[in-house]
Design a protein around this ligand. Structure first.
Ligand code: HEC
Length: 285
């Protein structure tokens, strides 16, 4: 009886040591593994949450610094407004063609020189957003926007460090009946300086810069005098103290309640890569 009990005790101790040892070695190999091949951050859904196992996230770092974030575009409300079953429209019904939509976009935000529009521009640096009001002019051929900005402002620092921008143009609220005219743009911004030949072309063909030269203009100038004064102003003021932002529109979402009177949805969208993307998904299907 005494012998059996001590034997049982011995077995328990041996089991305990073996168990403990295997835990330690398992932890060791895990540590070594994570030293050798640190786990890679995979793409996650925008709705994903971190678990208690998640590696520490340093202050000021956001999910997208390590993970690619996937927006589930199929289920967002916008996607339903664009081509789902919505406001008496069947799936896919009431969607404008690219040409129809661009005619409406030009009506809404088109116009050069003094018909340029005021937008709110959103930029992002170190995960901190900044919104700025400024004027841009639409080039409807290239589907880009041009803005002329004095050097040394915060938004330009943002753009230099991160060219991805978003802009919004909108009408003031006019009551519950609308017409809610606005557009949201996503794009990439390039800064063009006075040494680039494109700079002067954009000033001459699009930007409302002539007003600024008024105080240097002689009274009742001849066409030659006018041209010379404007040239001096471009060379001595704009090329030296200003930068042009050229924003390539990648996606534009337009809202206008008046579209519904023509049998269209009030929300329409154009995407630069839309055709490439649909070709891709056709291949997959
Ligand atoms: C500093 C980089 C970093 C940041 C920031 C970060 N993660 Fe992670 N995340 C990782 C790594 C690395 C893993 C893989 C860890 C592992 O498998 O041991 C991971 C794993 C995950 C997983 C599990 C992955 C899976 O298989 O689906 C989720 C979910 C996740 N992270 C969500 C988030 C969310 C949400 C945020 C923002 C709140 C975030 N992460 C921020 C690095 C990061």
């Amino acid at each position: 009886m005494r012998n059996r009990r001590s034997f049982l005790g011995l077995v328990l101790i041996v089991c305990f040591i073996a168990g403990f040892y295997s835990i330690i070695t398992a932890a060791d190999t895990k540590k070594q593994q994570s030293k050798e091949t640190p786990a890679k951050a995979q793409a996650i859904d925008a709705s994903a949450e971190v678990s208690s196992e998640h590696p520490d996230i340093p202050e000021g770092i956001s999910c997208s610094d390590c993970h690619e974030m996937k927006l589930d575009a199929k289920t967002t409300a916008t996607q339903v407004w664009l081509n789902g079953e919505y406001l008496g429209k069947k799936k896919g019904e009431g969607v404008m063609t690219d040409d129809q939509l661009w005619k409406e976009i030009i009506k809404m935000i088109g116009g050069i020189k003094n018909n340029s529009k005021t937008y709110v521009l959103a930029t992002c640096m170190n995960n901190r957003p900044l919104s700025t009001t400024a004027e841009w002019t639409l080039d409807p051929e290239k589907k880009v926007l041009y803005g002329v900005h004095e050097m040394g402002t915060e938004k330009l620092v943002h753009i230099k460090s991160n060219p991805w921008v978003s802009l919004n143009w909108h009408d003031e609220f006019a009551g519950i009946e609308g017409p809610y005219r606005c557009c949201q743009i996503k794009g990439r911004c390039e800064l063009i300086d006075g040494t680039n030949p494109e700079f002067e072309k954009i000033l001459i063909n699009f930007a409302p810069y002539e007003d600024a030269a008024k105080r240097m203009m002689p009274k009742n100038p001849t066409p030659e005098q006018r041209e010379q004064t404007l040239k001096n102003f471009r060379d001595q003021v704009f090329k030296k103290r200003f930068l042009i932002s050229k924003i390539t529109i990648d996606r534009i979402t337009v809202v206008n309640k008046a579209f519904m009177k023509q049998g269209f949805r009030n929300v329409q969208r154009w995407e630069r890569e839309a055709k490439v993307d649909s070709q891709k998904s056709n291949k997959q299907n």
